[in-house]
Design a protein around this ligand. Sequence first.
Ligand SMILES: C[S@@+](CC[C@H](N)C(=O)[O-])C[C@H]1O[C@@H](n2cnc3c(N)ncnc32)[C@H](O)[C@@H]1O
Length: 221
Amino acid sequence: MFDNISHRYDFLNHFLSLGIDILWRKKAIRLLKPEKPQTILDIATGTGDFALEALSLKPKKIVGVDISAGMLAHGREKIKKLGHDDIIELQLGDSEKLPFPDNSFDAVIVSFGVRNFENLGKGLSDMNRVLKPGGTCVVLEFSKPKGFLFKHLYNFYFKYITPTIGEFFSKDRAAYSYLPESVQAFPDGKDFLAIYEQSGFRQTRAISLTFGISSIYLGKK
Ligand SMILES: C[S@@+](CC[C@H](N)C(=O)[O-])C[C@H]1O[C@@H](n2cnc3c(N)ncnc32)[C@H](O)[C@@H]1O
């Protein structure tokens, strides 16, 4: 599915979210500033936007992994054009079987990726495995807004407007219908924190963004 929409992914991401996704990524990365991570793993990196944002932490190396060769191809082209291919390296890989030894990275990050994992607990446990002890994991993911009025407006936008605009630009209606369905099915808030803890993370906390449309989940190893 992501191979199919990769040519339009960046444009539709920013267009459909009115650019707010950029601010969410910035905020999530800023939370890592005090840790000064030198090696960062960006899971489900897609076209590399979260990895590019992580450059502001001035790390020595950022590795991005994704199962979609199409998304990675667009990401590599973008990163090369921006001149950051010396620090950011993108690799094909499955988040549930990460091709890295235990305790490899100072920080592990993932934006809008965990919702797509086939087995959330398995993916989070493997992220924990490759994180160094004391390291921090930052997960940015859609969540379900709680306020009555906003929730209904948002559901209408996400259920009817998003698939229509998504189909117009990407010619793939299924991919943009999958988006609200996957958010609806995803265990957010306290439910996510419970699975995060079961996967080995400690000192976990959730930060709600923009009326609860998205959340940041922090966890330590
Ligand atoms: C919505 S995109 C997010 C991309 C990027 N992180 C961002 O913020 O724009 C979700 C990505 O997750 C990837 N993905 C889904 N399941 C995966 C898995 N098991 N392992 C690695 N990547 C996966 C998809 O290929 C896709 O590129």
